[in-house]
Write a protein that binds this ligand. Structure first.
Ligand code: FAD
Length: 508
């Protein structure tokens, strides 16, 4: 996606803007020709960087400044104000940094900064060969980070899927709805991996791990040796077993191939049943409504998302989907499936020629378990994302790490967390001793409403709602014993960033 080019907004920065018009730490958006540029005053310095987040084109001027970084309001990417460097996922590319000059009380842009040269890392104690198992969010971020940090040894990224790493969250959203073309889905091109000297093995399954001999075995019998290994195998969707669950029109959604297969089916199917009112189930419902399909959701709970988001957001989400024509069968499970319908536990039949199961995932722990690495509802890692096997790290959906914000060991299934863990694990392979302290963040999109969630609350004793859910302008706090564990926002992206920064500051 384009990084910087957009229609011109704000002042022309080549003509200069009064220094007195800049408020400390408050971004100001302007332009230079076609490029959108952000100005930020920090003490005696004025920084200027590209104003559009390269991840999803989020407007950085609507984000917040923390220290010498600006944070994107949409998905919380972070950029270094001095260099434009993308410091934290989900953005993987830098924005352009500009030189500024103050003359006669006005700030002018005088040209773009040269990108700093990549460091060259060498020295004793660095691994010679890094192997990454799983080419998803965490695995890709780790591979990229190794190179970005200047690692010059071998990097091998092994993925069971046939494609380059891609934007998994889009599979249930715009891509499935038909609003995002296929070319938006890959994170990188084949050439990128060649250029970065990353050996990407696609369609290759790692079937064994010998942590003592430091080698992994592949499905074709070959072996790959490592000095440092990252396990980033993600999760697999749960498939409910019932009569008819293996019929061709019954799918789960985890991979690009799954999403493509569902899209293919929508060419013929008219009525969809979604099993499970999970985030993915609900996003699929919204996307299939965008394709004008009739959509029914069957789920055992009384309100969608209530267990993770509480009844207030649950009711709002249900109402929002109902306004868009989705029919809920809550308090029910499915008993069987035929080519034409799904039968509920009370015998009711719901016509369906497409069925999608969105009933949760299980982390892919088999490799770790078989090799004797400590597991327990996830792969157990320390604050550096190291497992108990020498040289072996784990990141993403499989990792259960000590979260300093809750004081508990947690495992989450969030895109940004997976990428940030991949980044931290990579740096720790390079002896950088970086603790993983990021505040968990995820988002979920339904029609025109996006829920942003920071923190982690498995249980709470109070929900505090500020603002209006219906008006899509609210902040919902989840508290336990008076302590705020997590915050969901709709239409208040800056609040979400502020809360994240506050939670972060509380543990550093
Ligand atoms: P993955 O991205 O799943 O990557 C793991 C990879 O490892 C897979 O490609 C898998 O094939 C491969 N693999 C597994 N075992 C092996 C093996 N033995 N050998 C070789 N390769 C192997 N999160 C959000 O925060 N916001 C969202 O809006 C959102 N939407 C989502 C929508 C969908 C449809 C899905 C499926 C997930 C969504 N998520 C979202 C969750 C997010 O995508 C995951 O948390 C994230 O992808 C986890 O990253 P990961 O690297 O741990 O695993």
């Amino acid at each position: 996606m384009s990084e910087n080019k957009a229609h011109q907004t704000g002042p022309d920065l080549q003509q200069g803007v009064p220094l007195s018009g800049l408020r400390e730490g408050e971004p100001l958006a302007g332009h230079v020709g076609d490029s959108q540029v952000l100005l930020v005053k920090r003490g005696a310095r004025v920084f200027a960087i590209g104003a559009i987040c390269p991840h999803y084109s989020g407007p950085l001027a609507e984000g917040i400044v923390v220290g010498n970084t600006v944070r994107c309001p949409w998905h919380h990417s972070r950029f270094n104000l001095a260099t434009g460097d993308a410091m934290c996922a989900p953005a993987l590319n830098a924005v352009l940094a500009w030189k500024t000059e103050v003359r006669d009380g006005k700030v002018f842009l005088t040209g773009s900064e040269r990108q700093p040269a990549r460091p060259r890392l060498s020295g004793r104690g660095l691994p010679g060969r890094v192997v990454i198992v799983g080419a998803g969010a965490a695995g890709n971020a780790a591979a990229e980070t190794l190179r970005k940090e200047g690692f010059e040894g071998e990097v091998t990224l092994i993925g069971a899927e046939p494609s380059v790493p891609y934007d998994r969250p889009n599979l249930s959203k715009d891509y499935l709805a038909g609003n995002a073309p296929e070319e938006w889905v890959p994170l990188r091109t084949e050439e990128f991996y060649q250029r970065e000297d990353i050996t990407l093995m696609k369609g290759v399954e790692v079937t064994s791990l010998d942590a003592k001999a430091r080698k992994v075995g592949l499905h074709d019998g070959k072996e790959v040796r490592y000095d440092a290994l990252l396990l980033a195998t993600g999760a697999s969707p749960v498939r409910l077993s019932m009569p008819g669950s293996d019929l061709e029109h019954v799918s789960t959604l985890r991979t690009l191939a799954d999403s493509r297969a569902i899209i293919e089916q929508t060419k013929r199917a008219r009525r969809a049943v979604i099993m499970g009112a999970s985030f993915i189930g609900l996003e699929v419902a919204a996307s299939l409504r965008a394709r004008q399909m009739e959509v029914h959701i069957i789920a055992p709970e009384a309100l969608p998302l209530e267990r993770v988001m509480g009844p207030e957001i649950g009711r709002f989400i249900q109402g929002l989907h109902e306004e868009h024509g989705v029919v809920f069968h809550l308090g029910h499970t499915a008993r069987s499936i035929t080519r034409e319908s799904v039968t509920l536990d009370d015998g009711t039949g719901v016509a369906a020629d497409l069925v999608v199961m969105g009933v949760g995932v299980r982390p892919n722990l088999a490799l770790a378990e078989k090799s004797g690495i400590a597991t327990g509802r996830g792969v157990i890692v320390n604050e550096y994302l190291r497992t108990d096997a020498p040289g072996v790290y784990a990141a993403g959906d499989i990792a259960r790490w000590p979260d300093p914000h809750t004081g508990e060991r947690i495992r989450v299934e969030h895109w940004v967390v997976a990428e940030r863990q991949g980044q931290t694990a990579a740096r720790n392979m390079l002896n950088m001793a970086e603790r993983f302290t990021a505040v968990p963040f995820f988002w979920s999109a339904h029609y025109d409403a996006t829920i942003s969630y920071v923190g982690h609350a498995e249980k709470w004793d109070r929900v505090r709602v500020d603002g209006s859910l219906q008006g899509q302008d609210c902040q919902v706090d989840f508290l336990l014993g008076g302590h705020r564990l997590a915050v969901a926002t709709i239409g208040r992206d800056r609040n979400s960033l502020q809360v994240e920064a506050e939670m972060e500051a509380a543990v550093v």
